[in-house]
Design a protein around this ligand. Structure first.
Ligand code: NI
Ligand code: MN
Length: 228
């Protein structure tokens, strides 16, 4: 079975593997461009990159309804335990762990991570996923950093990069990121959800095609790409 990678809007993805459904940063309720309702999502695992509301999103509700195991940093896991969520697996930056469906490594991200009630959320992260022989790098919320080159040395099949600017990398720095990572494919995220991060993803994709070796795909919320 091919890996099915579906963009649900903003930074949220559903990755369907042979063994599990993996949900990343499920900001669905309150996202004007969300592809699905939080009540309709099924997940076996939920990855949370940081504590901001547009990433933590519906994590608590979905985990309680589905029993999904949450993977995030130690500080967020402590906070989730206070919310009554017991199905947690804490990791931290630089650390990887082998789950039944693949490996998750937390990568650095230059950003903030306070939780909705102001609690300390530890350092934000990105995710490096090794699933069914494929390597996916979801940068989550971050500015450009040169160590993306180290992540690229892993041989990335799909890079998921923010292009919205203002809160994260913008279009220009996302192009520079691609040159450091050299992924086979790239998908832009974290744009258009709010007025302040409006971008033209198709113009950006055209530049990616001209200026880098990566193959860009602009998804609409709800659309998928398959890796096989
Ligand atoms: Ni954020
Ligand atoms: Mn964000």
């Amino acid at each position: 079975m091919a890996l099915k990678v579906t963009w649900l809007g903003h930074a949220c993805f559903l990755i369907e593997t042979e063994k599990a459904k993996i949900l990343i940063d499920p900001f669905l309720t309150g996202n004007p461009l969300s592809a699905v309702k939080a009540d309709d999502v099924e997940a076996d695992y939920i990855l949370v990159s940081h504590g901001h509301g547009d990433h933590l999103g519906d994590t608590v509700e979905i985990a309680k309804r589905t029993g999904a195991m949450i993977i995030s940093n130690f500080e967020i896991q402590n906070w989730l335990a206070d919310q009554g969520v017991e199905t947690v697996h804490p990791q931290h930056i630089g650390g990887g762990f082998d789950y039944p469906w693949g490996r998750v490594k937390l990568t650095i991200a230059h950003h903030g991570s306070s939780l909705p009630d102001g609690s300390y959320g530890g350092n934000p992260c990105g995710f490096l996923l090794y699933i069914q022989g494929k390597k996916i790098y979801h940068a989550c919320d971050t500015g450009l950093f040169y160590d993306m080159k180290l992540i690229g040395e892993e041989g990335i099949d799909l890079a998921i990069l923010p292009i919205g600017d203002n809160f994260t990398m913008g279009p220009d720095d996302a192009i520079r990121a691609i040159k450091l990572i050299e992924p086979v494919q790239v998908v832009p995220i974290h744009y258009d959800t709010f007025e302040v991060i409006k971008q033209d993803p198709n113009a950006w994709a055209q530049r990616v095609g001209q200026e880098t070796s990566a193959n860009p795909t602009v998804l609409q919320p709800g659309e998928s790409i398959e890796l096989s």
